[in-house]
Design a protein around this ligand. Structure first.
Ligand code: XMP
Length: 326
């Protein structure tokens, strides 16, 4: 019988058998998969697990708090947060090219995570303990995809917590390997992972860094974060989350247009709404959102975010457009 409870019982037993009394670490991105994987391992081996969250400053409004506060409160995991916002901002300074941004973010992420790993290994070693395992939130579709060899042409360099450092060898713990996304969500709910995390739509590893077309700066991140929070709140309020696979909100930082507000001329930036419907993100169609919802989102964003004077809707399917703009 497939029930979340049975999956948890099986996985807890398997994780205990694999890990024994060694220590284990996990990178928490803020997404569903790493959160549920960590919660399962926590259930199995408790304090032997240490989670690391690299705060790259590219998450959306409220997401860091959901990990640092709500996830920790509901699961009891040991969490180390590395505040690396400045590091990522300075690494991204002056960079507009999408692939270069992706590579920089991926590279910095791995460096920070390696530093954190070394600290944890050293600290455990001082207590005579061994850190041998690394948790990854690999899902069944990921397993199938990577088993298929070099598939589609590399359109964008995807950033996940993939690459293991050369000089630290870990054995992987992948408790979600047999599960599909909706099953992962069911398991997460059963484990008490906060609903805001469990029901989260896909969000790219490089975060808002690839949703600012142009250079990433602290001000632009703040602008995008506000617009994104409004769009997300209104889509949720309208009950549309189930219909939408995800809705990237994109700041065209290199584009300006003339507007009028109050009795003054404005020269602000456009925000793009990119709602898509999809089964697996390989192909997608633009979601026919109700006009009244679009209207509310547009009015609120232009009223509440001073840097934005125009809201536009992306009506391109994938292909030829990708879901993200970069
Ligand atoms: P595209 O833009 O290629 O996106 O149509 C397909 C799906 O992948 C997500 N995405 C990423 N996910 N790391 C991730 O974990 C990444 O670097 C990354 N880039 C894109 C995107 O949000 C969509 O769901």
């Amino acid at each position: 019988d497939w029930t979340p409870g049975n999956v948890i019982a099986d996985q807890v037993a398997a994780i205990r058998a694999q890990i024994g009394d060694a220590r284990v670490i996990c990178a928490l991105s803020g997404g569903v998969d790493s959160a549920v994987a960590a919660a399962l391992v926590q259930q199995a081996v408790g304090d032997q697990l240490t989670c690391v969250h690299v705060d790259h400053g590219l998450l959306r409004e409220g997401e860091v708090e959901q990990i640092e506060r709500d996830f920790v409160a509901s699961t009891g995991v040991n969490l180390i947060v590395r505040d690396e916002k400045e590091r990522f901002l300075s690494a991204l300074a002056g960079v507009s090219d999408p692939e270069t941004k992706r590579k920089i973010i991926g590279r910095e992420f791995i460096r920070v995570f390696e530093d954190a790993q070394r600290d944890i290994v050293a600290e455990a070693g001082a207590h005579g303990e061994e850190v041998r395992f690394l948790v990854q939130g690999t899902l069944y579709p990921d397993v199938v995809e990577s088993g298929g060899g070099e598939g589609a042409a590399n359109i964008k360099s995807h950033h996940n917590v993939g690459g293991l450092p050369d000089d630290l060898q870990f054995e992987l713990v992948e408790p979600l390997r047999t599960l599909f996304k909706d099953e992962v969500r069911a398991v997460g709910r059963e484990l008490g992972v906060p609903e805001e995390i469990v029901s989260r739509q896909p969000f790219p590893g490089p975060g808002l860094g690839i949703r600012i077309v142009g250079e990433v700066t602290a001000e632009r991140l703040a602008t995008l974060r506000r617009a994104d929070a409004i769009a997300r709140a209104e889509l949720t309020k309208a009950g549309l989350d189930g219909e939408i696979w995800q809705c990237p909100v994109v700041l065209l930082a290199d584009v300006r247009s003339v507007g009028v507000q109050g009795d003054g001329r404005t020269y602000g930036h456009p925000i793009v709404l990119r709602p898509v419907s999809s089964e697996d993100a390989m192909t997608a169609d633009w979601t026919r959102l109700p006009y009244d919802v679009l209207s509310i989102i547009s009015t609120r964003i232009t009223n509440e975010v001073p840097e934005v004077n125009r809201v536009v809707l992306d009506v391109t399917s994938k292909p030829p457009g990708t879901i993200e703009w970069e």
